[in-house]
Structure formats: C-alpha cells, structure tokens
Design a protein around this ligand. Sequence first.
Ligand SMILES: Cc1cc2nc3c(=O)[nH]c(=O)nc-3n(C[C@H](O)[C@H](O)[C@H](O)COP(=O)(O)OP(=O)(O)OC[C@H]3O[C@@H](n4cnc5c(N)ncnc54)[C@H](O)[C@@H]3O)c2cc1C
Length: 412
Amino acid sequence: MFCIFFGKAFYSDFLENVRLVVGVMDFELTPEQKMIVETATEIARDYGPEYWREKDRKHEFPEDFWKSLVEAGFPGIVIPEKYGGSGMGMFEMLLAMETLVSEGCGLAGEWFLCLSAVFGGLSIVKHGNEAQKEKYLPKIAKGMEFCLALTEPDAGTNTLNIKTMAVKQDGEYVVNGQKIFISGADRAKGMLLVTRTTPVDKAPKRTLGLTLFLVDLPNPAIEIIPIEKHGMNYSKTFEVYISDLRVPKENVLGEPEKGWYLLLDTLNPERMSFSAAACGLGLLAIKKAVEYAKERRVFEAPIGAHQAIQFPLAEAKAKIEAARLLNYKAAWLYDRGQECGAEANMAKVAAVEAGTEAVYHAMQTFGGYGYTVEYDVERWWREINLIRLAPVTHQMALAFIGQHVLGLPKSY
Ligand SMILES: Cc1cc2nc3c(=O)[nH]c(=O)nc-3n(C[C@H](O)[C@H](O)[C@H](O)COP(=O)(O)OP(=O)(O)OC[C@H]3O[C@@H](n4cnc5c(N)ncnc54)[C@H](O)[C@@H]3O)c2cc1C
C-alpha cells in the first residue's frame, strides 16, 4: 500500500522508522535471551545462599559454580561464534549477570564473568588482532580466567597517573611497576596489563602514552600478595609486583600509546556489569526481606504491614527498576558501537544508590537477624559496599556526569 501511494523511498524510510521505534521500545526478550535468563535462574538455584555462605566463610573459590557457568556457555556470550562463543552482546551478558545475582548468587553471579568475559573476552573482541583472537577467545569461551591490572597504589582514582613502565628493548617490552587490588590474579591465565610507554609528564596529552598488553600467567616476573578484605572472600584480590617482565611486541593489545581510549571499551562494560550486580543484589535483598516481612509478627500485624517497613522497600524497588532500564540502554548503545559513557556512568550512580538502599532497608527489615550470618543480608551488605568503591568510585562517576553530561567545569 505504501509503495503504491508514497513511492519506494518513503516506504523504506517508514519501515526503517518502525524498526527503530520497535527496536528501542520493545521490551519483549527474544527466545535466546529468555533462554539465558532461564539457564541463569536454574544455575543460581543450584548454588543457593548456603553455598555462598560457606564459600565466603572458608575463603574458597567456587569451582563447581564456575564449571556450571562455563558449561552453560556464559563466558562466551560476548565472543563471536567464529571463536567458539555465542556471538551476542553486553545486553545478554547483563541479563545473565543480573539473573545469577538476583536469584541467589549475590555478587559472585557477576564477578567471575566480569573478570574473564569482560576483562579478557570483550577487550580482545574489540581490539585484538586476528592472531590474538584465535589464541585467546576460544579458550575464554571455554573458561580461561583473566584479570585486569590497572589500579596502582600511588595513582588510585587518578588512573592516568599510573607509573608502571613498559620500555621497548630488542623487539620486546620490559615492564616494571606495581599494581594493587588485582582480583583473580592467582587463578588467571591471562592478564590485561595497563602500562605507560610514555611517562605522563612527557606525553603530548595525559590521555596518551598508555599501552595495553596481554600477559600470559603465571609468570616468574610477577609476584602477587593477597589482600585481606571486607567481603567477596570466595575470590582473592592482590598486590602485584612486576620486575623486568618481558613481553613480546605481538602481545600489545591494539595501538600502542593509545591504550586509554581502547581501555574505555573495557571500563564501560565493566561499569554496566557492576550496575547489573547492584540491581541484582538489591532485588535479591528485597525478595528475601519481603518473604520475611510477610511472616514476622511482633505486634498484631506482620511487620510488612507497617509503612516504615513497606515503603522503603517499595521505593528501592522502583529505583532499581529505573536503574536497570538505564543500564540496558548503556548496553544497547555499546552493542551498536555507539558512545555509551554517559549512560554507563549514570546507570552506575543510579544502580549503586538504589541497590545500597535496598540492602540497607532489607537489613533493617530483618532486625537483629539481619546482623547474623544465617540470614545472608549481612553478606550482601558487605558485597554491595564494594560497588560504591569499584570499578569506578561513586564520586568519580558523579564527576563524569557533572563534566560530560551537564557541561560543568571539571571538578578535579
Ligand atoms: C575488592 C576490590 C577489587 C578490585 N579489583 C580490581 C581489579 O581487578 N583490577 C584493578 O585494576 N583494580 C581493582 N580495584 C581497584 C578499584 O577500582 C579502586 O580501588 C578504585 O578505583 C579506587 O581507587 P583507590 O582505592 O586508590 O581510591 P583513591 O583514588 O585513593 O580515592 C579515595 C576516595 O577519594 C575520592 N576521590 C579521589 N579523588 C577525588 C576527586 N577528585 N573528587 C572527588 N572524590 C575524589 C574517591 O572517589 C574515593 O572515595 C579493586 C578494588 C577493590 C576494593
């Protein structure tokens, strides 16, 4: 009909618009996406809170859980089919993470996938050459673990100030430096190592002079020392000392000196992953608090009948649902190769605030029992606290929004 009355050009424009509108506003998941959610739900139910309580208490890596994720193909979600993955994107990865977390795994449901699939998989999908893709991606899809070595003790949040130097010598690089808070460095077989090849004071711009490397682990030039921490005891985090580490030039990821710009393609999905985790933790805590609030009576009515208990949970739920949509938008943009920094940072701020509020009020709902290990909410509280500090601190995410979204002067 449109062809007859309005001509072919108009018809194809019309179809394109329908596609775009439907693409943006269609909230229905595809059969593949539904399958991810169903599989993640089944896995999470196999590894319920008792399992995580024990892993956290014993400081034990969840081997069988990780095996289940690998068997389900989750580390390969973002890896193209050609390299043994399922060729989907960050949106599908968020569905898997959020479901695993909210259905009972807590932060672990996101954490291990972020380390291998985002730090390893996505970084190489985006910027690896063919040889690097062939070498690493099929292994990551089958469960090869990875870590990211970015943070340094003296640079902290001021990432561009890192001092780990890679100096070119006879066709290879020699790296020296120190990193801190490197998660999973004990088990990882690969490390995305962020270095300077030009010191910050000699670089034409602060954002230039960084170079990324893919380093095979373990390596005798890399010493790791565990850091005792507040939560997430089923995964270890390390100080890392690098002394005369020799890396072939073939292991440079992407263009040397431009590492900062390449790294954003890893840091933005890392932010989205942790936003998914914050939303998932909030939903998990709300679900458990609601179950408890329906049963627990101390005066005549169940405690959930009191507005002081009910409203904060309702408010947190509404905020989490809004944060999830913003996070999905960030992933939608990322998967289409579009600029997503604003959405990723705004989603991070919204998700961590909503998730923290949810866990806080869930703990209050449980009263004194919330303070016991048996009710799990204290573990989720320890876990969600991390998301205010990492992967980007709450303040730095706000600074990004202030400067890049609102156009205010740089605040730091
Ligand atoms: C458990 C855990 C796991 C981690 N895993 C990894 C990992 O695998 N790989 C990795 O590379 N890193 C990792 N990190 C590091 C994490 O990303 C950093 O801790 C985080 O980026 C903050 O750096 P910092 O701790 O040095 O804080 P600092 O930079 O010392 O900041 C301290 C505080 O001051 C605030 N602040 C600083 N400057 C400003 C400013 N200009 N304006 C406003 N506020 C400011 C910060 O927001 C923060 O609240 C991990 C951290 C933890 C705790």
